[in-house]
Design a protein. Sequence first.
Lengths: 369, 635
Amino acid sequence: MPAIDRRSLQHFDWVLVSLVLATLTLGFAALFSATQAGATGALPSEFRRQLIALGIGAVAFTVAVVVDYRRLERLATPLFVFGLILLASTLVLAPLTRGNRSWLVYGPLSIQPAEFAKLALVVMLARHFANHPPTEIRRLRGLLPAGLLAGSVVGLIVLQRDMGVAVLTLLIASTYLPFTRIPARSWAGLSVVGVAVLAALWRFGFQDYQRKRVLDFLDPSRDPLASGYQAIQSKIAIGSGGVFGKGYLEGTQTQLQFLPTQHSDFIFAVVGEEWGFVGCALLLGLLLATLLWGLVIASNSKDAFGSLLAVGIVGLLFWPAVINVAMVLGLAPVIGVPLPLVSYGGSHLLASLIALGLLLNVSMRRYVF
Amino acid sequence: MPGANLGSGDLRIQGRLRLVGLVIALVFTGFGLRLFQLQILLGEEHRRKSEQNAIRTVGLRAPRGEIVDREGRVLATTRPAFELQVLPVGLARRELVFDALAQLVETEPEVLAERLGEPRGSARYQPVSLVDDLDFDALSRVESHRYALPGVVTDVQPRRHYLAGDLAAHLMGTIGEIRSGQLEQEAFQGYRSGEVIGQTGLESLLESHLRGRDGGRNIVVDVAGRTVEVLDEVPPEPGGRVVLALDLDLQQAAERAFVELPQEGEEPWRGSAVALDVETGDVLAMVSRPAYDPNAFAGGIDSATWKSLTGDPWEPLSNRAIQTHYPPGSTHKAMVAAALLEEAIVTTETRTFCPGHFRHGRRTYRCWKRGGHGWVDLHQALKQSCDVYFYEHGLELGIDRMAQIARSFGLGRRTGIALPGEVPGIVPSKSWKERRFGEPWYPGETVSASIGQGYNLYTTLQLAVAYAALGNGGKVLRPRVTLRLESRTGELLSQVQPEVTGRVAVAPERLATVMRGLTAVVEERGGTGGRARVPGLRVAGKTGTAQVVRLDKTEIYEEDEIPVRLRDHAWFGALAPAEKPRIAVAVFVEHGRHGSTAAAPVAQRILARWHEKHGPQEPPQLAGAPGPVPPQEAP
């Protein structure tokens, strides 16, 4: 297999790789600070686990770079089906943890199939739109096949009762919408009808206790008070960092563990507290640069699949980042969505690294044609 | 396929890509502005808050819903309980504070110190409860000295309160902290550890309705733990109301009977009693003695009380009315009599001679009356509870036909009452014995079964259901514990309808014949149930005395010296008014010796109380209760 040719190497994308490495460095430093609080021994166990995930991720990243992404186009369907099966298997095999069934556990190994299903969905959608250019879609019904693809993944995630990830997946799929030519009035019409139907059903079709039941079903861990507490503590942590922060490992909020999930969902608050405005700006700058660079790659790619794959990957990283940061800054409700490359979570890190590997892949082969 | 691909140039998405990039950049700029606001504009304030991080989440427990009787009288409610807490981080000079506190609440400083333990890290910011249920005097003393007690806080929490104490305790059940095994169950989704849930009885069965929803608030506290500012609050939603079919008056009368009837020097009676509405199956009273005080569980039961309850050989926690079954003794004769008539083994004319014993094969079976009853017909046999009459005709009937009809009364299967842990009881037959013991049925066993002695085992509730069926023309009812569920403001949420679960396989006129015999038991001279008589009310009933051990084991003792555990069980099944029954009562007195002297008087107390309320005067109209019955002369 001619893995990588000279030309591709010549166009190796040092910008992307540097951005990713810098973000990872910042992220792991913050994670160490967040996990060492209250931990005993040399390395906090969560930090160690994340390092192992990084090692596996590095290998996966390399594979994702080396194999020509156009081969992936043919693999899209099997990968997608595999992703669906993995997701469906959680409904049967996954134990109920914290109210949902998102984790497949095998000995010391536990993976979150939704993370990989999202990636498989992006690849699938990229191929679909490469064959049916979004620029030629002028009516809502043209979105039906793509909608079914996204819907199957989202539906299975809803059945796992993981609402946050379901919404996230829907948003990721929606990344392709701005590239269609569906007129604004169609969207307006659709949203008016949709909102009206839902609202009417909610207001008149349901009894109080039924509404409660729906909410409880959608999010069994719904606990407004705990979210309120987290949001308040998160704002205090970030705000108290000031311009330069309290110093690495010096954050009182972090080290006294006032944030219940500071190493995963609220890791950005740790950055804010210990490194202040400067640190936050740096991390957000790196993320923004990575996303914009991804769009550049999409623009430069010479084939539709590569271009659309790059767009999807940008969406895959953009949406969780935005939701997470907005949540930590107290601009959005608390839902468990990780910050890409920074939050604790092996499956998420692995999937993000594979996605970035593919992005680099597209970037390197921009002159292959 | 790849050949069909377009180049990205053909896609013409460059413009949109720029637009998307712009949007992303705008979003991140927004984040930058927000960071500027939080970290630079409000930085000082946030830093101050973080330095004295005094923000706490305080749970506001939802009060559990009320449980009321059919007339709205409250059985279980929620009252405020005052908790004495300390905030470890605010506790300066703890020895001094504990010495002072111990005096105020009348305990030892060591006890308080032990409750506190040694919290570390963020746990120091969470208040620790030292005394769960402070009485009002102690509360006032603490409050008036609090300026000198930094770190000491008082908090008010709702606590379950059973107004009637141990009355209907087994119906109420118990509450307790959720166990770790329960937390993992699907049914307890959304529960947190430490939460209090219904563990037994109705508290457990109606948990989701009674529970309500906890709320809480995030507050800023000062160094002394006092609330300075409430940041946000989610108010708790109290649980819903439960209206029981129970009539507190009858329940009280029944419970008292077990305590007041025993003679001086005798222990309170143990056993159970059930009163059912004959038409609706309403459980008007359900007693199980010995009982426990469910209030002891309300604030987390202490281990001494728990041990005394679980270690008690008389098992006060078990609901004897449904969770244990016993041989029914002669109360079973009512069902056998119905079977004898239905299967045409006897008519009302059939007369049998009772010499005081009955010989079958090589065994002799005794009648309870040594000298015998002489010539008896069915009426007399029921009235005097003649064993020989039933031995002889029961043998002719055969065990399978006896079993079939007994089962049609709802015996030998769960009544379906909405309470946990009901046992099905046993109605033996040939195939049952084959299955159970792998042995054939011996005819001698039919002889014993004819007087309810042998393999037959019934719960008190089953007997009440069977007697109710006898009195209502053959309808076997599902006992109804709960009339309706209401929201806390009294809106009707759901209603429980009376339910007929089966029909007695005996024609109504034959049931009427049996009823006349049972009326004679109580109302005629020489009947065994005379002690169940209520002035102004005609009562039908049947006594039962169930041997616990074989007669020869107890014959060595004088009657009063038989060890309690070897004494016979006493039963009484009753219906009133005899002309058109409206209430069925079953009473079981464990080791009470004679149905006529122990169980019948308990039934009498219940029926007398019922008669006072519904008696010849106008009865109050209640949901589900039938209208007044015109007084009529008995034949």
